[in-house]
Design a protein around this ligand. Sequence first.
Ligand code: ZN
Length: 156
Amino acid sequence: MPIQEKPNYLWSILTMKCPRCRRGHMFTQSNPWKLKKTLQMPEKCPECGQPFELEVGFWYGTGYVSYALSFALSVATFIAWWVLVGLSTEDHRFFWWMGLNAALLIFLQPWLMRLSRVIYLYFFVSYDPDYKQTAVKSFDHKTEDYYRDNPGSPKS
Ligand SMILES: [Zn+2]
């Protein structure tokens, strides 16, 4: 039993906390709409020391996550629009949805870019209640695999 309560998974993602300790902030600035600093991250988690960019080019994969998030959001707004406003082939309501949805996606882009990175890192790094004692998870260039706990004995 960990002494401290395990922070909630979804809540930790939404508040953009480090996946390993779920306490340290992953981004330097709390406001994603300060566009010059949107993707500014500390090299390591300020709380547990977990490196965020596990290898060079690690964040390239976030493109897929961001695409999936935008798609899911569009489906959600489409359903909401359908229920609340309605759709018809006789008027322009469908195009209004398209326009407003596009505007919403553009507005949310900085936040979505951050969220994609957070979700992406959560795929690779899991919560560790003993983060103060154990080694950080990192990329092993010999086996090209991600491992944690014991450097030298990759988890397979
Ligand atoms: Zn951490």
